[in-house]
Structures are given as C-alpha cells and as structure tokens.
Design a protein around this ligand. Structure first.
Ligand code: NAD
Length: 442
C-alpha cells in the first residue's frame, strides 16, 4: 500500500520504517529541512536500537522516502498518518496546532478519498476537530464532494525498544466507525497481525482515551512505587524486598514497579498533565492523576535532598560525577529527564557536574554545552576523576557491574547516590562505600 507519514520524529520515523520493511511504499513529510536532508543521506536523527539499518535498507530499496514537499506526500498515500508532536501548551493541555496544521495541509491538497490516521497522542475529541477542519477547508475549496475518514490509531511504542515494539506490537488500537477505514487499516497492519489477533477496533473517542489511560496507568504504577519507597525508607523496610513480595501476585505483576527518581520523557509527564487538563475542562476532579503528578515532581528532587543532607547543605565548590542523563536507558532523549532537575539543583547550590551517558552526550551538549559548571566526559571512568561523589540517575546496562575499585580510586570520597537501586547495599558497605539508594536504609 502507499502510505504517507507526516512528522519524522520518534514515532513517525519508526512507524514509516516498519511499514516499509514489510513492503509498503512510504513517503515521510517533515517541515524540518535539515532532518529530511540528513535522512536522505542516511543519517538517522535519533538513537533507537535497530532503526538505522531498517531506515537505510528500505530507503535504498526505494520503499522509504523523505520530503518537505507536503503536496507530494498528500498525493502519494491512500493512508495519511499524522505523527507530529503534541507538546503541552501554557496550561498543560496538549497543543494541537501541529496536528491541525497537517489536517489543513491534507485538506488543501487531497483530490480523492483519503484515510487520515491520527497517530499522535491527542485529547478525546481531537478526531472531531480534525474532521471539522478538513470538511471546512474542502468546503472553502468547493470540493465538499471529496470523502474522507478520520481514524485514531494511537502509538504504544517505548523509546529504547521502539522498533521491536512496532514490529511485534502487543496490540493495534484502531478507532473508527467506518467499515471501509477499518478494512484498509486491517490490510495495512495485516503483516503485524499474524500470530494472534492484535487489532482492537473501537470508536474514535475510546481510542484517544485508551492512549492516555495506558500512559497514566503506567505513571501511576511508578508514582505508587515511589511513594512506597519513600515510606519504606522512613519505616526501615527494604523496597526491593517489598517489590518482589508484591510483584509475585499476578494481579500486580513485576513490570513497572521499580522505585527511582521519578518518570520523565516526552510522554508520561505531558500525558498525565494533559488528561488532568481535559478533566478540568469538564469540571471533573482527576484526584488520582493529580496525586501521580505531584508525587513524581517531588520524587525528582529526592536524590538532591540526600546529597544535600550528606554534605550538610554545603555543596558550593563540590563536584559530582553523574552517570546517566537520558530519561531512561537505550535512548538519547532527555526531555523531562530527572537528570536535568538534579543537575539544575546542583548548579543552583554552587556544585559542578562531570557527566557521562552512553548515548545522550550530544543532547547534553546541545542543551547545556555553554555552561561552565558541566564537564562532558567521554567515559564513565573519566567522569569520576576527583569528584566528591558518584550519582547514578539512569540505569544503563553499562553501569550494572562497574569496577568498584576503580570508582573508589578515582573519587575523592567513596560515596555513591544511586537513584535506581543498581547495587546491593550490604555489598557496597563491605566494599567500603557510603551508599545511598531509594527505599532502602543507607
Ligand atoms: P517528535 O517531536 O520527535 O517529532 C515530531 C516531528 O513532527 C518533528 O520532526 C517535527 O519537525 C514534525 N512536524 C511538526 N509539524 C509538522 C508539519 N506540519 N508537517 C510535517 N511535520 C511536522 O515527536 P514524537 O516523539 O515522535 O511524538 C509524536 C507524537 O506521538 C506525540 O503526540 C507523542 O505524544 C506521541 N507518542 C510519542 C511516543 C514517544 O515515545 N516518543 C510514544 C507514543 C506516542
């Protein structure tokens, strides 16, 4: 099938690549000329495991192309995906300007039936807005004879395993009340729906809410565990024992119950906030979601509080080695990353940071490169040199079994603040470290 994808970000590029991989012919349209040019030359703008060969091979095979020319895009696809950003606007609601801009572009140039698929995460009711926008422009063009369907097809990929998630999805949610659109979407996704039925068809509003409900449920699990961890710390319990104790109950499960320094990224914070705003607009008090958000904002400050307490509130002139900058492992994405809240608090207190991350160094350089109180380090060891303590913010595999003798030798003081419970406190004590973690006595 011929497919057009508007927006070549994490979602659009991965979606386009996996569709091309199974044989569809895909054109990606983006307004960012630099990004389109780089992609044409085989340079992948984001780090995502397995994405580079997929993009390069399918581009070389002619099934995956990139353009800034929206008309070319509209003319190409029988299915038009909208996969542009929906960032928070001033009050935290999802800003729909990019989504509606693409809807307008499609309406301005379409000259046959189109299936417009919203893949961006959008508030309930956006499908109706897209529908109205396209109908309005078609009327202005005197082309109200043209028919179209607006479908909601939210994306559930996880950054860091996006390609695998899309090649083998848990579920494919399709929101539509049109039998024709459903059939076309089923055909499009048939290669991904072979082992067992993964396609779940529902109405557009339910599909839109499904995406928010999924992210808010996951964010709730994290905030709940962080609350338990904070309690465990005060009560003298070990949250890791508690985690095993509750995870064995299949109704709870082991997934997503790791305590830490709060969730970040481009989705959970903004989606929880956007659903709270959606509720506000209809005078519904989303009590659970507000608590989830509040706990998370506070959790991002807990590691700093431990550091500050350890150094008796005197952080001026201190240097901290920081391992892990991306908001989670296997990505270079630093949007809303807990590392940023921590670094900014350390700088505010007059401390310096020597930072290392396996993939997010260029992103750190882009965001903080002009500061004097950050040293960007090429290896995790070089970040340790003469630092007053090591702080671990992101649980990259490469940090799981470091050489603790080297750490001890390079740090000025054998102290580790571990925001991800990477190590065993008793072993750390034996190794001679002062070791702080989350939800366990130090
Ligand atoms: P992104 O910011 O990485 O990419 C968005 C792209 O859209 C950019 O390249 C931008 O230049 C382009 N764009 C903006 N306006 C355009 C226009 N008019 N025409 C063509 N291109 C345009 O965003 P993302 O992370 O891929 O997220 C996209 C959507 O998917 C969001 O709604 C997000 O909430 C949702 N989502 C994201 C993830 C994730 O893990 N990143 C997962 C599921 C859903």
């Amino acid at each position: 099938m011929k497919v057009t994808v508007f927006g070549i970000g994490y979602v659009g590029l991965v979606q386009a690549a996996i569709l091309a991989e199974v044989g569809h012919n895909v054109i990606c349209v983006d307004v960012d000329e630099g990004k389109v040019e780089r992609l044409k030359q085989g340079q992948i703008p984001i780090y995502e495991p397995g994405l580079e060969p997929l993009v390069k091979e399918n581009h070389a095979a002619g099934r995956l192309n990139f353009t800034t020319n929206a008309i070319e895009g509209v003319n190409h696809g029988e299915v038009q995906f909208i996969a542009v950003g929906t960032p928070p606007d001033e009050d935290g609601s999802a800003d729909l300007k990019y989504v509606l801009a693409v809807a307008s572009t499609i309406a301005q140039h379409m000259d046959r039936h189109q299936i417009v698929v919203d893949k961006s995460t959008v508030p309930v009711g956006t499908g109706d807005k897209v529908q109205a926008q396209i109908a309005k422009i078609l009327a202005e063009r005197g082309r109200s004879d043209l028919t179209f369907n607006v479908v909601s097809n939210p994306e559930f990929l996880k950054e860091g395993s996006a390609v695998a998630d899309c090649m083998k999805p848990d579920r494919i949610v399709i929101g539509t009340d049109s039998q024709h659109a459903e059939e076309v979407m089923r055909e499009l996704y048939a290669p991904f729906n072979r082992n067992h039925e993964k396609i779940i068809v529902m109405d557009v509003r339910s599909a839109e809410l499904t995406k928010y409900a999924a992210n808010c449920m996951l964010a709730t699990k994290i905030s709940f565990m962080n609350e338990m961890a904070n309690l465990a710390e005060i009560l003298g319990a070990d949250i890791e024992a508690v985690r095993h104790g509750i995870g064995s109950d299949p109704r709870i499960g082991y997934h997503f119950i790791y305590p830490g320094v709060g969730y970040g990224g481009s989705c959970f914070p903004k989606d929880v906030q956007a659903l709270i705003r959606t509720a506000d607009h209809i005078n519904f008090d989303a009590k659970v979601l507000k608590a989830v958000e509040a706990r998370n904002n506070e959790q991002k400050t807990t590691l700093f509080a431990k550091i500050n307490k350890h150094f008796n509130g005197n952080l001026k002139g201190k240097t901290f080695a920081l391992w892990g900058l991306s908001f989670k492992p296997n990505t270079d994405d630093m949007r809303e990353a807990p590392s940023r809240v921590l670094m900014e608090a350390l700088w505010e207190a007059g401390a310096k940071v020597q930072a290392y991350d396996p993939e997010a160094m260029h992103e750190t350089q882009r965001i903080y490169g002009n500061r004097e109180d950050i040293l960007l380090c090429g290896t995790k060891e070089s970040a340790l040199k003469h630092a007053d303590a090591l702080v671990i913010v992101t649980e990259w595999q490469a940090f799981r079994a470091p050489d603790f003798d080297v750490i001890k030798e390079l740090l000025s003081e054998a102290t580790i603040f571990d925001g991800r419970n990477m190590y065993d406190p008793k072993r750390m004590q034996k190794r001679g470290f002062t070791y702080y973690s989350v939800g366990r006595s130090s």
